[in-house]
Design a protein around this ligand. Sequence first.
Ligand code: SF4
Length: 442
Amino acid sequence: MGNLQILLRQHVGAPCRPVVKIGDRVEKGVLIAEPAGLGANIFSSVYGVVEDVRDDRIIIRPDEVQKDEYVPIPEGDKLEMVKAAGVVGMGGAGFPTAVKLGTDLDGGYILVNAAECEPGLCHNIRQIEEDCEKVVRGTKHCMEICNAAKAIFAIKKKNEKAVARLREALKGEEAITIHLLPDIYPMGEERAVVRECLGVELDTTQLPSAAGAVVCNVETLARVAEAIEERKPCFSKNLTVIGKINGGNAPHVFMDVPVGTSVGELIERSGGIDGNYGEIIMGGAFTGKAAAEEEPITKTTGGIIVTIDFPDLHGAKVGLLVCACGGSEERMRDICGKMNGVPVSVARCKQAVENKPGAPLKCERPGNCPGQAKNNIQFKKDGCEYIIIGNCSDCSNTVMGSAPKMGLKIFHQTDHAMRTIGHPLYRHLRVSKQVEQLPDGK
Ligand code: SF4
C-alpha cells in the first residue's frame, strides 16, 4: 500500500482543520481533522505515521501490517454518533449527513436513493444484493432520528436481483416500501427521487424537506448503521472501477477501501490499464472529472473509469450543450480539447439554472426535456460542424430530433466511456419513462 493522501475537503462546506502534525503515529479511526464550519470529521483510514500536513491534505505512510480494529467513536445519541463518525452523502454530494438528519420530518419520509444512475457504477446495487439488511437498519435509524413515519427505496426496475433481495428484506416492515424507477438518466438527482416517489415537484431552491422528506444514498445509510451499531468512524468507501482494464471491461467492485488510497492503486488492483487510453474519470461518466493516477479517493468517490482514446475532430468547430446534471462548461471544454475540437459556441439547456451567480447549475425538471431546437439553431448559426452534448436521456433524444436534420454531427460527453464499457450511447430514448410498480410497493 502506498502513502495515503487524505483531503481536508471531502464534503460540502469548508476544508477541515488538521489536528495532527508531522511525525505523529496514527491509528485507524483516529480523528486527524475537524470541521472549521460546515463539514464533517475526518479520520485516519490506516495505522501509520503522518508524513506531511499540507494546506489541502494530510499524508500518511501506512504500516506494512494493518489490523482490522479501529478506534471507536464515543457512545451518544444516534444523531450525535452520525455526526461524530463524520458521515457525509457518499453518493457524491458530500453533504454532512448529521446536518441533513437534524430535520424533524414530523411523520414524513426517508427516501433511499438507490438509483445508482451513473452508467457503469454498481457498488450500491451490489451492497443491496449482498448486505441489504445493513442498509435497511440504517434506514430505520434515520427514520427514528428524523421522526419519519415511512421510508421508500427508489431503485431502477432493471436491477431485478437487488429488487428481489429488498422485497425479501422488507417483509414485515410495514412502513418501508419500494418505488421502481425507469432506466433513464438522471433518476438519482435528489429532486427527481422526490418527484418519482412522492409526486412533488420541488423548485431548484427547495430542499426535499419542503416535501416532508430526507433523501439518503444507499452507502450513506450503511455508514449510518456502522456509526450507530459498531461505533465505526467513516474512513472507507465503496466504489466501482471499470473500463479499459487488463482482463476486460467488467466492473470491479471494491467495498471499504481506505479513504486516501490512490486512483492508480485501485486500477492496479483491478488488473492495470490495458494499453493506451483516453482519460481516467473519477466519479461517473456524467458528473465525474478527469483525474491523474496519483489522485486520492475521498468519501464521495463512487467510480474510476479508464476510457478508450478520444476521436480526433482535427480542429473542427464545435458547439457545447451544457446540462445541469452533466459536465460543467469547464468539463465540456476539457473533453472538446481532448477531441481536438475548437469550441466556438456554448449553450445551456434552458432548464439548467443558477440559483445565484456562479453557483452550480440546477435542473428545474430533471430528466424532462424543455426542447433543444433553439440551441441547435444557435450552433448552426455559429458555424459548428459538431456538437458535444451533456444532456440527460430525454434531452439527448430531443437533440437527435433536430440536430442531424441541420447537418450537425453529435457526440455525447459520455461517448468514450460508454463505448469502453459496452453501454448504449446517449442518443435516442429507447426505454419508457413509465414503469409498472409493485403491488402495494412490495
Ligand atoms: S432537462 Fe436539461 S438541465 Fe435538466 S437534466 Fe435534462 S438536459 Fe439537463
